[in-house]
Design a protein around this ligand. Structure first.
Ligand SMILES: [Zn+2]
Length: 314
């Protein structure tokens, strides 16, 4: 596939949906800048040695700490000898989640407070530990942030899908990671220790994309996006509809995020998918609270939401 500015794309397999992830090689005078590294499968170094086929990597950039982007960072750094750059906020979350044995317990407890049944949270702890060996992030990367430059590319903060996600922008080409995807709607979830309004952040990031007006976006999954501005408008509209749907489920009876997720995503989800469904539901509920379209209440360790009680006096 012919990509703009001499960019090359390398696609590596994922054991879970969507089955693949794209990395990009951006050409530069001192060698290639490699954006994202795929998941750390046991044979990641062999996969990368074959894919790079001798290409000189000058630096590695990680857009965000999700397993399919950061997973093989340490492997590729060892293979190429190239330094790794990662966003400052993103790296702190990376360490918190992947460098912390207590994290699966922490996240399970947090889901319990949002009404998720304990059979599901226990299974989440088990599956969280299964994934851990496949995430080999690079310790002590060079820390970067919004507005910094990386070999002529501007780093653009795009919080929402991940709080600290950074895209790259140059000559109206946006390397969009999971901020903007073509056919897939990026997940936008509320997680423990994350920013409090990820959906509000995401809408702002999409508006910023519209202002940047890229001509093409190269995403972490799926085909290049020929109309990034149109796609950003579509995603804003999608979340406007989802907010209205979420609001329509609420009434005066307090419901947990888990209960609301049954209405939004149905009852037939495996625990791993339920985890994302509840996180996504919570990002919408919290946005509704901020827009004064819902109310949150906390009672004996359980968080629940109701419709806004108009005219109620406390
Ligand atoms: Zn991804």
């Amino acid at each position: 596939m012919e990509l703009p500015l001499g960019i090359r794309r390398i696609t590596t397999p994922l054991p879970t949906r969507p089955g693949h992830v794209h990395s990009y090689l951006l050409p530069g005078e001192d060698g290639w800048t490699l954006v994202d590294t795929g998941i750390g499968l046991p044979d990641a170094q062999e996969i990368w040695a074959a894919s790079l086929d001798g290409a000189e990597v000058a630096r590695i950039f990680v857009t965000h700490f999700h397993p399919d982007h950061v997973g093989a960072a340490a492997d590729v750094a060892e293979l190429t000898g190239a330094p790794v750059s990662q966003g400052e906020l993103d790296y702190s979350q990376c360490e918190l989640v992947w460098g912390n044995e207590e994290w699966p317990r922490r996240i399970a407890d947090w889901f319990l407070t949002h009404g998720v049944p304990s059979e599901i949270t226990e299974e989440l702890i088990g599956s969280g530990n299964v994934y851990r060996p496949f995430i080999r992030y690079q310790p002590d990367p060079e820390l970067v942030g919004d507005g910094d430059r990386l070999d002529g590319w501007e780093l653009v903060a795009a919080p929402g899908h991940a709080d600290g996600q950074l895209c790259l922008f140059k000559d109206r080409v946006l390397i969009s990671a999971d901020h903007l995807l073509g056919r897939i709607t990026p997940t936008v979830g509320l997680w423990p220790e994350s920013c409090l309004d990820p959906l509000g952040d995401y809408i702002e990031s999409l508006k910023r994309t519209i202002e940047l007006a890229p001509e093409i976006a190269l995403p972490g999954h799926g085909d290049p996006i020929a109309d990034p501005v149109g796609r950003a408008h579509q995603l804003i509209e999608h979340h406007r509809e989802r907010l209205a749907f979420t609001e329509s489920i609420l009434d005066e009876r307090p419901r947990t995020g888990y209960e609301v997720s049954l209405g939004l995503f149905g009852a037939e989800l495996k625990p791993a998918s339920r985890r994302f469904a509840v996180a996504e539901t919570l990002s919408h509920l919290e946005r509704l609270v901020l827009e004064e379209r819902a109310e949150r209440r906390e009672d004996v360790g359980v968080v629940a939401y109701t419709a806004r009680q108009l005219g109620r006096s406390f």
